[in-house]
Design a protein around this ligand. Structure first.
Ligand SMILES: [Zn+2]
Length: 261
């Protein structure tokens, strides 16, 4: 048996535990009599993940749920294989479930043709649809489900006491999860989700990439201010809500006004 390295009571982060990078954060929730994983990572690291869980002396038959924070392939490509091997239920928001069950390579970011990224995305049955306000009971622990769309429509966060598993909403350096129309990013929703996290009682944020950090309203506010500007910048293409320059240009064209130089 390998010595368990708890990040917080009831929480083990598998990269930290293994001193190995799995590409994304994978949280094991230890409820005593049963356990759950928040994300499972990719197919090529699944053997190592399962072997690690076994070495930590968690009975593989006691996996309560394999939870998807959202449908992006880096977090959940291995969900289908993990479900088969652990005989465990999967859980995701309905808007992530549709992409996962279809194995949709565009929405899950498995395929980005222009960058020659093309990884398989095995379709995965989602047994439990997780919605805002639901509770996931893992032994003696209860995870409260938050629907925090913006990065993707099906992005979930999970509250556990003074912790918030915050997915791809915000990272320690103030960056946010990729804003891209292909996987359904929506800037106004993203701002609402960040505003909600800023106001949260949670003392610590446990993101899906990078280190855990203290919930600092200044970090959140900075991201909110940035995204508020993004809503009106052409840089963000079809994710933009409006582009003032284009509105002005159209008005000038219709008014027959020549550009002022
Ligand atoms: Zn993502």
């Amino acid at each position: 048996m390998v010595q368990r390295k708890y990040l917080f009571p009831g929480v083990i982060e598998l990269n930290l535990q293994a001193a190995q990078s799995f590409g994304v954060n994978i949280y094991l929730i230890d409820g005593g009599t049963e356990w759950a994983l928040i994300d499972v990572g990719q197919d090529d690291t699944l053997d190592d993940v399962i072997e690690l869980v076994r070495k930590l002396d968690f009975p593989l038959s006691k996996c309560k749920m394999l939870i998807a924070t959202h449908a992006d392939a880096d977090h959940v490509q291995a969900l289908s294989a993990a479900r088969d091997r652990l005989k465990a239920k999967t859980g995701a928001h309905p808007k992530a479930a549709s992409a996962l069950e279809a194995g949709d390579t565009t929405q899950t970011y498995a395929r980005i043709a222009a960058q020659n990224i093309d990884m398989p995305m095995p379709p995965c049955k989602i047994d439990v649809k997780l919605n805002e306000g639901d509770e996931i009971k893992v032994g003696k622990l209860k995870l409260k489900v938050w629907h925090t769309p913006g990065h993707t429509p099906g992005q979930l966060s999970f509250e556990l006491g003074n912790l918030l598993f915050s997915g791809d909403n915000i990272y320690k350096d103030g960056c946010v999860g990729a804003i891209d129309a292909h996987h359904g990013s929506h800037l106004p929703s993203f701002i609402s989700s960040l505003t909600r996290i800023r106001a949260a009682a949670a003392e610590f944020l446990l993101p899906s990439h990078g280190p855990v950090f203290r919930n600092d309203p200044a970090i959140l506010q900075n991201a909110i201010d940035r995204l508020t500007k993004y809503q009106h910048m052409a840089d963000f293409g079809t994710c933009t809500v409006s582009w003032p320059l284009e509105d002005e240009w159209k008005r000038d064209i219709l008014a027959g006004k020549m550009p002022e130089l």
